[in-house]
Write a protein that binds this ligand. Structure first.
Ligand code: NAI
Ligand code: MG
Length: 482
């Protein structure tokens, strides 16, 4: 219990009978949070109504005025203190992420550390929101980066803790308030972060977390005229709807949507390294990763060798209890997500490689590698968001680039080659926001992150994240004699 959040609105459940009872007769204004590895109810949280949303936006509006009026150094100091409080609670936050999202404990610790690091990084930005002095005739011209006001962050369930912070940290640093709506399945880490913000001394109302249903609380937040910007991470379909709603209020949006990213293995690559990296690149987070390299493109001459190496690498990926430090892959988030994955690949469909998954309770799904029947294969072009990869052979560099770009998405991708020129050429030719060469890493808090095409709009993280939460004001001061 020491790992549980202490939010007074939340009721921890002790008895399974009570869980099952609640499960069947759930009050419309609350959500149950399940442990996806056991299907046990671990908490019940209230689901915000549109009235709750309006009250939160009003509180945030008040808090934002005071926050923006603080000296930049004071905002920076409070955000650094928030980072320090998060640092003191890494184990607790990681344990919560394990329980509500089913993430392996090692990954969950990284996620909590990412929140801390990003808060620290953004804090420094509060004092470096420099405008420009631009040479013009007849006067002095300067620009200011001014906060927008109240920012809505709509977070997903796949990386609930870090993605909650990606919008929040830079928005706060730039002088805004944040109202965050976590995903229905994963509200607990976000609620705990809001408590830790208060513990660190951030003003009441500045960072509020409102759990609730997407179409109710999420939609009310997006529509609210007091919300100046929306940051959304989730499905492409919902993202398009949010963008349309924002059009009515001419509100800026940042969208981080889906992906179907390529992992391109050239014949000149270190094939052993490429094959050793490939399982993590589509199995980490049980494939519920917008950057998952779920299309493995392999040059014809090394295809058989690569598949020989890939099979043991996939089947030895350790699946099981997320709390066990030896575990590399946990369950999917929910029964609904497992049904989505099964709709692409029934668990008994023929597969080139298939791993094991625990039987019984929990939303388990085995690691699966399919050989594409053709590039138009539904499983080869649509986001599955599960531990499933599709392998396709290619002939030459031009063919690899053509296949890599044959999707509506463009979030990330990997290129495996020892040829520097090719690495640069292919990196430039693939229409995606985050590419890595001889690596499958995509996310660093100090580098920009976001998608091309239908993978999104705008960038998070990196040096420009703060200015994305500001309006730029230009002021011209005449120097003519009065
Ligand atoms: P979703 O897009 O419905 O959920 C993401 C967030 O949006 C949640 O907080 C949800 O409550 C909220 N939301 C839903 N409808 C809303 C609305 N009308 N207005 C405002 N907020 C709303 O995603 P879902 O249905 O959980 O997952 C479906 C698929 O979406 C996944 O299989 C995956 O392909 C993709 N997805 C991609 C993510 C990414 O990292 N880019 C994250 C989550 C899902
Ligand atoms: Mg949905």
């Amino acid at each position: 219990m020491s790992n549980e959040p202490s939010d007074q609105h939340r009721h921890e459940h002790q008895h399974r009978h009570e869980h099952q009872h609640r499960h069947e007769h759930q009050h419309p204004h609350e959500h149950q949070v399940l442990n996806p590895a056991t299907e046990e109810v671990i908490a019940t949280v209230p689901a915000a109504t549109p009235e709750d949303v309006a009250a939160a936006v009003a509180r945030a509006t008040g808090a934002q005025r005071g926050w923006a009026a603080l000296a930049p150094a004071d905002r920076a100091r409070l955000l650094r203190r928030f980072a320090a409080v998060v640092d003191d609670h890494i184990e607790e936050l990681a344990a919560l992420e394990v329980r509500e999202a089913g993430h392996p404990i090692g990954n969950a610790r990284w996620e909590a550390g990412n929140v801390r690091d990003l808060l620290d990084y953004a804090a420094g930005g509060a004092e470096r929101l420099n405008g420009a002095q631009i040479p013009v005739a007849g006067g002095l011209n300067v620009t200011f980066h001014e906060p927008l006001g109240v920012v809505a962050v709509i977070a997903p369930w796949n990386f609930p803790m870090p993605i909650a912070a990606w919008g929040t940290a830079p928005a706060l640093a730039a002088g805004n308030a944040v109202v965050l709506k976590p995903a229905e399945t994963t509200p607990l880490t976000a609620l705990r972060l809001a408590e830790l913000a208060l513990e660190a001394g951030l003003p009441e109302g500045l960072f509020q977390v409102l759990p609730g249903a997407g179409p109710v609380a999420g939609a009310a937040l997006v529509e609210h005229p007091g919300v100046a910007k929306v940051v959304f991470t989730g499905s492409t379909a919902v993202g398009k709807g949010i963008m349309a709603t924002c059009a009515a209020g001419v509100k800026p949006v940042t969208l981080e949507l889906g992906g179907k990213s390529p992992n391109i293995v050239f014949a000149d690559a270190d094939i052993e390294r490429a094959a050793a990296s490939a399982p993590g690149s589509f199995l980490d987070n049980t494939g519920q990763d917008c950057c998952a390299r779920s299309r493995i493109l392999v040059q014809r001459g090394v295809y058989d060798r690569f598949m020989e190496l890939l099979a043991p690498a996939v089947t030895s990926f350790v699946v099981g209890d997320p709390a066990d430090p030896a575990t590399a892959m946990g369950p999917l988030i929910s029964a609904a997500q497992r049904e989505r994955v099964r709709s692409y690949v029934p668990e008994d469909a023929p597969a080139a490689i298939r791993g094991e998954a625990p039987k019984g309770k929990g939303f388990w799904y085995p690691a699966t590698v399919l050989e594409a029947t053709g590039p138009g294969d539904r499983a080869a072009v649509e986001e599955i968001f599960g531990p499933v990869a599709v392998v396709l052979p290619f002939e030459d560099e031009a063919d690899a680039v053509r296949l890599a770009n044959a999707t509506d998405y463009g979030l990330s991708g990997s290129i495996w080659t020892r040829d520097v020129g090719r690495a640069v050429r292919v990196s430039r030719a693939v229409a995606a926001g985050n590419l890595s060469v001889n690596s499958h890493s995509s996310v660093r808090y100090a580098t920009p992150f976001g998608g091309y095409k239908q993978s999104g709009l705008g960038r998070e993280l990196g040096p420009d994240a703060l200015t994305a939460f500001t309006e730029t004001k230009n002021v011209f001061i005449s120097t003519e004699e009065q």
